[in-house]
Design a protein around this ligand. Structure first.
Ligand SMILES: [Fe+2]
Ligand SMILES: [Fe+2]
Length: 301
């Protein structure tokens, strides 16, 4: 449910409770004692004043919360455009990362809507989560040719360092461009404390050992449902992108696998996403991938 709507419902319930409570109390007093017309009128005035006072107090203490929410929403809406200078830079320097970010935003938005989370924040988080890749775009697999990938993986530790630095680069760029803290948090938490997976798998296949710390992002793990969804959407999109011919069972298997992988790695333990919500997120991702990639989906043989 939208935060603003939730606030209005809470305000409505609070006002209704105060009005009901006061009229109940004064009604009870009126029925218990015999009052003259003057005193009855006086009590009605006191009840109205008291309820007005309490309602004003509630509005007074909750307005800053609503104001802050509206300010955040306004600044998020301002970022909801591809002509933001940092997105133009991403588009120019790392076109594949830019395309990946749009897909992540679409998938995340769909999943957030499915569980009633803040879909706008997830979409903006999706657009901006990889802005740090503008610094060294060629370190990232989506911007490399097969030969470049082979060359880069020869120095796994340096490559991991470069890849991991896109989060810090993203944070400093976000600060430079005055992005709101909510978006910066999405950038920070988008990889949690997970490993740079393709290097990890590459080394595992080769039987080489590397310390987990060399491959792990600094974190923290996603602290909100929105950040959790962003992490999953980011991984689903990257994995889907690497497959040339997609079938529906493959999409289901990939989404399933990523959710399972992140759960086993306990990356989502602080996000507050429940089991039921995870099922809805999964369905939203599957539908989203099918819609985005419908030309690429072939029937299973
Ligand atoms: Fe990233
Ligand atoms: Fe990403």
């Amino acid at each position: 449910m939208d935060k603003k709507f939730r606030y209005y419902i809470l305000l409505f319930v609070a006002i209704a409770t105060i009005t009901f409570g006061l009229s109940f109390i004064f009604n009870l007093i009126g029925r218990t004692f015999e009052f003259s017309t003057f005193w009855r009128f006086f009590m009605m005035v006191v009840a109205s004043l008291l309820s007005a006072l309490l309602i004003t107090y509630i509005v007074f203490i909750t307005t800053p919360i609503l104001k802050e929410y509206l300010n955040t929403m306004r600044s998020l809406l301002r970022l909801d455009t591809f002509s933001h200078p940092i997105l133009l830079k991403l588009q120019q320097n790392a076109p594949s990362s830019f395309h990946h970010s749009i897909m992540v935003a679409n998938l995340g938005h769909r999943a957030a809507k499915a569980i009633g989370a803040d879909a706008l924040l997830v979409r903006i988080g999706g657009y901006y989560h990889d802005i740090g890749k503008t610094k060294d775009p060629m370190a990232f697999i989506e911007n490399q040719t097969a030969t470049e990938q082979e060359e880069n993986i020869k120095k796994p530790i340096q490559l991991a360092k470069k890849i991991k630095s896109h989060v810090d680069e993203g944070i400093s760029l976000a600060r430079e461009y005055h992005l709101p803290q909510e978006v910066i948090d999405m950038i920070i938490q988008s990889h949690g404390t997970s490993q740079v997976s393709f290097i990890y798998k590459h080394l595992q296949q080769k039987g080489e050992k590397i310390s987990k710390q060399d491959l792990a992002y600094k974190g923290p793990k996603p602290q909100t449902k929105e950040a959790g969804i962003l992490m999953l959407a980011d991984n689903v999109e990257s994995r889907i992108r690497s497959i040339k011919e997609l079938t529906e069972p493959q999409i289901i298997q990939i989404v399933d696998h990523i959710i399972q992988e992140k759960n086993t790695d306990r990356q989502l333990e602080l996000s507050g996403i429940t089991r039921g919500e995870m099922q809805k997120i999964k369905n939203a991702f599957i539908e989203g991938v099918k819609i985005i990639h419908h030309q690429r989906i072939s029937y299973p043989k």
